[in-house]
Write a protein that binds this ligand. Structure first.
Ligand code: KG4
Ligand code: ZN
Length: 344
C-alpha cells in the first residue's frame, strides 16, 4: 500500500490550525495561530473579527506548514477542513480555502466534523485507545458523553442541556475578574484555593441519566461572590476558594457521569478530549476512577486538547481512505449532530 498524505485545516472558532498527516509516518508538521489576544478586549470571541483574522492568516500558515513538512502540493492526496460545527463565518474561511486549493491542485476534499476531530485526537499519541471506548468530549462549545464503536459509529449517551463545561469555566472566570479565555486561568487560581470553604452543587447527579447542566454553577458562583464581597470587593483568597469549589464541582460532576456511563455500557476504556481535557484535576480524578475499575484513560497531548489542525488532518485521513469526499460546492454546517456521521 502506498502511503497517503493529507493537509488539515481548522478554522471553526478562534484558532487557525494547519497540519500535514501521513498515514505511515504520522504527523509531519503542524502550526497554530491563536486569536486569543484579538478577542481578549471583548471578553469573548467576536465572530466577525474571527473570520477576518482567519482570512489573513490561513494562506501564509499553509505555506509555512508545507515548508515545515518539506513537501509540496504534489505530495498531498487530499485536503481536509472543518465544515462544522462552529461559527459559520469562521468555518467558511477554512472551507473556501480548503475546497478551492483541492480544486486547483486536483485533489479530493474532505469535510470534517470538528467534534470527531477532538474525539480522535488521542489517536495521534503512541498510546492509542482501541475500539470500543467511551468518550467524554469537553470543549468550549460542547459537553458530550459518546459511545464509540468505530470511526463514525457514535452514540451520544448524554450532553449538556445548557452551557458547555468550558463555557461555564469561562463565564465563572469572568465573574472572578479573569481575562478570556478564563478556563485555564481559573484552574490556576484554584490551586491556591481551600476546597473546604465552599461547596458547590453537583448538577443533575441525583437524577438518572447522562445529560449535563452547568449554567446553574455560574449562578451559584455569582451568588457566592456577592455574598462574600466587602464594599463590592472580594479578596484574593476568597476568589481562589470560589475557583476551587467551582472546579471541584465541575470535575466531580464529570467523573460521576463517566462512572455511570461506564457502568451502563460495560466499557473499560475512556477517552477525554476537547479544551477542558487539559485540566489537571480532571485528568487526575478520571485516572483514579479508571484505575479503580481496572480500565484506562486516554487523552491527547496538551497542545492537541484545544482546537488544532492535527486532529482535523487525522480525522480527514480516515474519511479520505473511506472515499468519503465532497463535491465542488463550498459549504459549512454550523449545527451538525455527531451521530449523523456515516460509519467508515
Ligand atoms: O476545544 P476548545 O479549544 O474549543 C472549542 O471547540 O470550544 O476548548 C476551549 C475551552 C475553553 O472554554 C477553555 O477555557 C477551556 O477549553 N479550557 C480549560 C482548560 N484549558 C482550556 N478549562 C478548564 N481547565 C483548563 N486547564
Ligand atoms: Zn474544539
Amino acid at each position: 500500500m502506498i502511503a497517503m498524505r493529507i493537509l488539515g485545516i481548522e478554522t471553526s472558532c478562534d484558532e487557525t490550525g494547519i497540519a500535514i498527516y501521513d498515514d505511515e509516518q504520522g504527523l509531519l508538521a503542524h502550526q497554530l495561530y491563536s486569536q486569543v489576544k484579538l478577542h481578549a478586549d471583548y471578553g469573548g470571541v467576536v465572530p466577525e473579527l474571527a473570520s477576518r483574522d482567519h482570512s489573513r492568516k490561513i494562506i501564509p500558515l499553509i505555506r509555512d506548514t508545507l515548508t515545515q513538512a518539506n513537501c509540496t502540493s504534489d505530495d498531498l492526496d487530499g485536503i481536509a477542513y472543518t465544515a462544522g460545527p462552529g461559527l459559520v463565518g469562521a468555518l467558511l474561511v477554512g472551507a473556501s480555502v480548503g475546497r478551492s486549493l483541492a480544486y486547483a491542485w486536483g485533489k479530493p476534499a474532505v469535510a470534517v466534523h470538528h467534534m470527531e476531530g477532538h474525539l480522535l485526537a488521542p489517536m495521534l499519541e503512541e498510546n492509542k485507545p482501541a475500539f470500543p471506548f467511551l468518550a467524554l468530549l469537553v470543549s468550549g462549545g460542547h459537553t458530550q458523553m459518546v459511545r464509540v464503536d468505530g470511526i463514525g459509529q457514535y452514540q451520544v449517551m448524554g450532553e449538556s442541556i445548557d452551557d458547555a463545561a468550558g463555557e461555564a469555566f469561562d463565564k465563572t472566570a469572568k465573574l472572578l475578574g479573569l481575562d478570556y479565555p478564563g478556563g485555564p486561568r481559573l484552574s490556576k487560581m484554584a490551586e491556591s484555593g481551600d476546597s473546604a470553604r465552599f461547596t458547590f452543587p453537583r448538577p443533575m447527579t441525583n437524577k438518572p441519566g447522562l445529560d449535563f447542566s452547568f449554567s446553574g454553577l455560574k449562578t451559584f458562583a455569582a451568588n457566592t461572590i456577592a455574598a462574600n464581597a466587602v464594599d463590592g470587593v472580594v479578596d484574593e483568597q476568597t476568589k481562589s476558594d470560589i475557583a476551587r469549589a467551582f472546579e471541584d464541582a465541575v470535575v466531580d460532576t464529570l467523573a460521576i457521569k463517566c462512572k455511570r456511563a461506564l457502568k451502563e455500557s460495560g466499557l473499560k476504556r475512556l477517552v477525554i478530549a476537547g479544551g477542558v481535557s487539559a485540566n489537571t484535576h480532571l485528568r487526575e480524578q478520571l485516572a483514579v476512577l479508571m484505575k479503580s475499575r481496572g480500565g484506562e484513560v486516554f487523552y491527547p497531548r496538551h497542545e492537541f486538547c484545544a482546537d488544532n489542525g492535527a486532529m482535523i488532518a487525522y480525522a480527514g485521513m480516515q474519511r479520505l481512505k473511506a472515499e468519503q469526499t465532497v463535491g465542488l460546492e463550498i459549504g459549512a454546517t454550523p449545527r451538525w449532530p455527531m451521530d449523523q456521521l456515516p460509519p467508515v
